[in-house]
Design a protein around this ligand. Sequence first.
Ligand SMILES: N[C@@H](CCC(=O)N[C@@H](CS)C(=O)NCC(=O)O)C(=O)O
Length: 212
Amino acid sequence: MDTSTKPKVTFFHAPQSRSGGTRALLEELGVDYDLHVLNFKTGEQRQSAYLAINPMGKVPAIRHGDALITEQPAVFMYLADLYPEAKLAPPIGDPLRGPYLRWLVFYGSCFEPALIDRSMKREAAASSTCPYGDFDTMLKTLTDQLEKGPYLLGDTFSAADVLWGSALNWTTMFKLVPELPVIRAYIDRVITRPAMQRAAEKDAELAASQAA
Ligand SMILES: N[C@@H](CCC(=O)N[C@@H](CS)C(=O)NCC(=O)O)C(=O)O
């Protein structure tokens, strides 16, 4: 598709939140977008204008033409497919397409629920019924893949690494995930990329301007 004919994406974002990963992806994609900043301190995400975008009152969300997309894995898949020239999403037919989808969805369906149970010190459901099995199995599944490296898809850097690199960065910082050497090395590999650094700097500026 010719990029010039695509409607511009509107990105709904709050600084220093989960939507930071989407900001990093947009920076990696190198595309122009409209930024719509929400102020969590004033509860803007719970007001009717934003609930019409995401009834969950959560970021990230994006609007593209008439399409509204929420939930990080869906947002990542949508954006990386929308801009194929950036080569951050293996296309259908590529043997890496399946693993790529797997790791994006694993984030939302296994990692996040496991993380929240752990942070709340909640007893998880029996591993046979729990969506993530148990925390250690979930984490080992991830770290076994990272050991193969350098990225989740081996030598191919993808949008999945933007999501995971960003998420592991804040979750290790908050000590929700152990900072194992394989995890630390992966985070460093991802977050030192120039686009990731630019996104982090812009986000810090935005947080400072909201705090002022
Ligand atoms: N399942 C959602 C979770 C997003 C989420 O939890 N976002 C937080 C930011 S860290 C949020 O918007 N919280 C605002 C609120 O719930 O009031 C996703 O992965 O996109």
